[in-house]
Design a protein around this ligand. Sequence first.
Ligand SMILES: Nc1nc2c(ncn2[C@@H]2O[C@H](COP(=O)(O)OP(=O)(O)OP(=O)(O)O)[C@@H](O)[C@H]2O)c(=O)[nH]1
Ligand SMILES: [Mg+2]
Length: 681
Amino acid sequence: MTKPQDQGACRGVGRCAVLVGPYGSGKTALLEALLHAAGATDRKGQVGDASAEAKAREMSVEPNFAHCSYLDEPWFFIDCPGSVELAQDAQDALIAADVALVVAEPDPEKAPALMPLLKFLDDRQIPHMLFVNKTDKLGHAGAARVRELLAAFQAASSRPLVLRQLPMREGETIAGAIDLVSERAWHYNPHAASNLVEIPAELRQREAEARQELLESLADFDDVLLEALLEDRVPANDEVYRHLSHNLAADRIVPVFLGSAENDNGIRRLLKALRHETPGPEAAAGRLGIAPKAPDGSEETCVAVARTLTLAHAGKLSVARLFRGTVKEGDRLAGQRLASLVRLQGGQAEKLSQARAGDLVGLGKLEGVATGMLVCPESRAEADWAEPQPPVYALAIQPRERSDEVKLSAALAKLVEEDRALSLETDPDTGETKLWGQGEVHLGIALDKLAGRFNVQVDAQRPQPAYKETIQGGVEHHARHKRQTGGHGQFADVKVSIAPQPRGDGFAFHDRIVGGAVPRQFIPAVEAGVREGLQRGPLGFPVVDVAVTLTDGQFHSVDSSEMAFKTAGRMAMQDGLRDCQPVLLEPIHRVTISVPNAFTSKVHGLLSSRRGQILGFDARPGWDGWDAVEAYLPAAELGDLILELRSLTQGIGTFTHGFDHLSELHGRLAEQVVAGRQAAQ
Ligand SMILES: Nc1nc2c(ncn2[C@@H]2O[C@H](COP(=O)(O)OP(=O)(O)OP(=O)(O)O)[C@@H](O)[C@H]2O)c(=O)[nH]1
Ligand SMILES: [Mg+2]
């Protein structure tokens, strides 16, 4: 059970820390450890990853929300999933952050995975601390490895990392840490508070050097401090803390802490640093352009929406940070009555009578309010916060039971509202409903939610590229439709000339009838029949880039009709196109692949192995040390591109794409596509 906490007793303004970092680095474990250390839970494992989808995968699949009070101050935490495929969740949640806690494993090899996240934080100047977790696994090399680690992490950060603690080694393990500001040594105890010890004699020298490094980092931003250091004056601890908070708030430095969430080591140090150094919500409000007062001088309510949820019974819930004013159930917000006001603790929602600036709350049933939005009287707009992730992976889905079609589309609408990295597309050519997202894991979670939460079973498969076909030669073709079935017969006779058009010119229909060989009123019917005939050519695909000219024909005064001429037009295509050397066309996309430049040559290899045509590469705008490679790539090669790209680039390569043109496909590949089509029909 979580311990009940009387929020009313907290004096301070609520602050919000968002836990982010690579997959499996221990964010949820850290959340549990923080809540436990703050006294909010009587044991760990009660708050995080409660959903069936998270349990099945043993990973976070959506943010965990929690709150506690620590030394009389309210804290809100959002623990984000770390999978690259779920990065949208973290980006969206960070709109609510006063500080981000970046949790990383002590593995220099994994440092590149931090790059996109740290850039996101720096682009938005979100204060952040780095917590190097799992120090219990640091092992033999111990303290020496922390330098190596820091160097690797530094390569991923545009802001200087400032080591706040020096590890103390005991044999094979990290036994504690020395705080470099207070110069106190803390000996770790498993699952208990650390105890104060003397700084070991053999570490004194190293500690003094590390402390000096910390001070020099701070002096880079302050001339007075620099002067003091040059004159060998030691600044007072209070002054050092002031510099640390100030530079953290301005996102000029990234303080680095050590610990083990699993063993509850270094957790109280982290809580204290959060408490003393995290700026209040006015700073985050300022970043979002929210003024302390509304234009009319009031403190009218203003919130930023970090997440949208659909609860089984309560319906839509917007999880939002209150940046100005107060709110209670029944208040008007975004032009409507607020149906409910709750606070979230893991999977539990607890009703609140009122919330105030600084709080993270759930707002019930606000129509038209979406994740990433600011709801303020003066501006109710998408905060220019985080563009949705570009779609990179799709599945074609359909309900297992036909009768579930309506239910499925309602459920999909909710899923897409919950998760901005999901999108839907109906392919006009193949008729498939495509669910677009970030990869197999991301879409797998979405399908599980459809089944588990919305009770719709779906079948999913890899979507088909929208192949087309065209012709390479022309022909004159004569088609006659004649049927005598008692009463009225049907009669229509057309002569057409079929010719290829230049690629991309589409379909053209010309009428060269003279002397009423086909009466005027039937000519549109011929064209309609021709268009119908082009919907599926001899290879089984829609036919494009064809010109058809109606040159001659015959009619019967009684038996001819629009219907008959339409049929004749269709027949002319079905039979005539076969003699026009049909050829398969495959869709080609223009893709831009973005990777750190160490991976650029791998991307070239990847593209050539997938029949890509490289158009060039350049520095990726705004991304130091990254390249953007432009190429044409067949849609058929794009389907699982992201999977291979990620495995080549430690998960951080991305791409954008869009249809560009159709290109002829010959040979064995074309034969396979046509054979596959025929088998399917
Ligand atoms: N040895 C050790 N293992 C840890 C520590 N913290 C977490 N773990 C383990 O690391 C694994 C992942 O931990 P989580 O807390 O789920 O990691 P996460 O960052 O929340 O993972 P995602 O949300 O899926 O990205 C689990 O098996 C934890 O038991 C730690 O301090 N030391
Ligand atoms: Mg987690």
